[in-house]
Design a protein around this ligand. Structure first.
Ligand code: GLN
Length: 523
């Protein structure tokens, strides 16, 4: 089969769900038996998303091969039910540094190195190495951004190289609603279509995102100004369950139109299953990145994919100086608590306060990475009697550094891409709660951290074998490092050094989340 390409551009504003729309188109096409490959293009100058603040840009998603990616790769993994790699993302930072390296190496043989053709060729080379029946290329940002211009140019050139008949341009744009006059406004979309046309790209399909269902007249107007037929403009209003979007895309005939335009004959018929019965169990997630809902995307989606309501985010800093009675006042109504990952000192005492509350009151608690480290600190301070125990990340002078920098991190100077990253094999200790959850002795999980449990100096406060019948904090999974802790006399008190949230998929919710939520449901 000739490889077909779908480029997805964004109009008007970012954050309208272009990634989810792209992932849903991919999922719909994949259900027809097509081999769908994805490339997310991020026009920012960062080499990867690893150094970006989740408060500004949303969570950093980590792939099996240890690549720190934009959170859209998480949507692709969850919707397409398969793992991504570093080849599924490019950033302007990667492209420019590669061009500059080549220039320094003399690879351009005396040429004046220019945006076109040198940078555009570098981008096209990355597009050309993707394999599949259908390649989805999602261009981050919105048309009109300076950063994305060269990517639009490269994609336009590439569409000519592979044959325009094998290429489809989908423009995902936003239609605001004006309450005061009770109408949907198409002007911003008209402008963004003009900006797009100025780059030489005429969209084949337009997807209109809006808060409410759009009237036919709005669709007509966009078709007219967009220069596309009305049957190629699709409205996609907000839905409460994003996993229903592939179904909606199918019901509206968008998948059929895409395949028609690309001359694709599917081998199977459309089929899509998603969680649509959502149990109302109240989970509090006590975190520190509160500026955007995207900061803990994978954790929220992991809970939802198990068929439960998403956790409510609670500001860890607001719990910092509270006594236990007040912590109970704030958290008493929740059936379970999650302490997610994070970096830096801000808010951690609030999280430790919450861990104490959960431990003393036997409230189900799941700690993820930072959460697991803080569970260890709380235990060291309040059960093992090591007052002032801490991580050297937060208190370099702590008398009891129960969490300390990993040995190989001590020599690393750069912050970008230098953590322990990606998938590693982990041994789950038999007799542990974690073993009951996984039902097997070895698993693979993804990591993203610099600090670890300091077992060398504090071995005696932990239980490290199931033969030990004490109630100590049990190191229930290991690799070269301590990978998980649990208190076995509690309903659910488990912390993991890894990130199970990065492995949740639509048809396979992660067993740790599932078990945690089932325990909470009994509360
Ligand atoms: N800050 C901690 C560390 O670097 C935890 C990281 C995380 O939660 N991803 O080890």
């Amino acid at each position: 089969m000739i490889v077909k390409y779908i480029a997805i551009t964004g109009g008007v504003i970012s954050g309208i769900g272009k990634g989810i729309t792209a992932a849903s188109i991919g999922a719909a096409l994949q259900s027809y038996g097509l081999d769908v490959e994805v490339l997310k293009i991020d026009p920012y100058l960062n080499v990867d998303a690893g150094t970006m603040n989740p408060n500004q840009h949303g969570e950093v998603f980590v792939t099996d091969d240890g690549y720190e990616a934009d959170l859209d790769l998480g949507h692709y993994e969850r919707f397409l039910n398969r793992d991504m790699t570093k080849f599924n993302n490019i950033t302007a930072g990667q492209i420019y540094s590669s061009v500059i390296q080549k220039e320094r190496a003399g690879d351009y043989l005396g040429a004046t190195v220019q945006m076109i053709p040198h940078v555009s060729n570098e981008i096209k080379a990355r597009l050309a190495r993707l394999k599949g029946d259908v390649i989805l290329i999602e261009i981050g940002g919105t048309v009109g951004d300076i950063e994305s211009e060269i990517f639009l140019e490269a994609v336009r050139e590439f569409s000519m190289d592979v044959g325009r008949e094998n290429f489809l341009f989908v423009h995902v744009t936003y239609i605001p609603y004006l309450k005061i006059t009770n109408e949907f406004k198409t002007k911003p979309t008209q402008n963004s279509l003009q900006l797009l046309r100025r780059t030489g790209i005429v969209p084949d399909l337009i997807v209109l995102r809006s808060e409410e269902k759009l009237p036919e007249s709005t669709i007509q107007k966009v078709a007219l100004f967009g220069g596309v037929k009305i049957d190629s403009v699709f409205g996609l209003e907000d839905v409460s369950n994003i996993y229903s979007i592939p179904q909606k895309i199918h019901d509206e005939g968008m998948d059929g139109m895409i395949m028609h335009k690309l001359n694709i004959t599917p081998s199977k018929s459309f089929e899509w299953h998603y969680p649509d019965f959502i149990r109302d169990v109240k989970i509090a997630m006590v975190g520190k990145y509160l500026a955007t809902d995207d900061a803990y995307k994978s954790v929220l989606e992991s809970v939802f994919l198990c068929g439960y309501k998403k956790p409510e985010l609670i500001d860890a800093e607001s719990l910092e100086n509270l006594d236990q009675k007040h912590v109970r006042d704030k958290l008493g109504r929740y059936h379970g608590i999650i302490i997610p990952g994070g970096f830096g000192k801000r808010g951690i005492e609030g999280m430790i306060n919450v861990i104490k509350y959960a431990r003393e009151n036997d409230v189900p608690l799941l700690g993820l990475c930072l959460g697991m480290q803080l569970m260890t600190i709380e235990y060291a301070r309040n059960v093992a009697g090591l007052a002032g125990a801490n991580s050297t990340e937060f208190d370099p002078q702590t008398p009891y550094p129960v969490i300390d920098l990993m040995e190989d991190q001590k020599r690393k100077m750069n912050l970008g891409g230098t953590m322990r990253l990606g998938s590693d094999e982990i041994k789950i200790l038999s007799g542990s709660r974690l073993y009951e959850i996984y039902g097997k002795e070895t698993v693979k999980e993804r990591h993203r951290h610099r600090y670890e449990i300091n077992l060398e100096d504090f071995k005696n406060i932990f239980k490290i074998s199931s033969l030990d019948k004490s109630d100590k904090l049990f190191i229930s999974a290991t690799s070269k490092f301590a990978e998980a802790v649990e208190l076995q006399n509690k309903k659910f008190f488990i912390g993991v050094q890894f990130h199970p949230e990065y492995r949740s998929k639509i048809s396979s919710p992660h067993p740790i989340f599932l078990n945690f939520l089932k325990t909470c449901e009994k509360e």
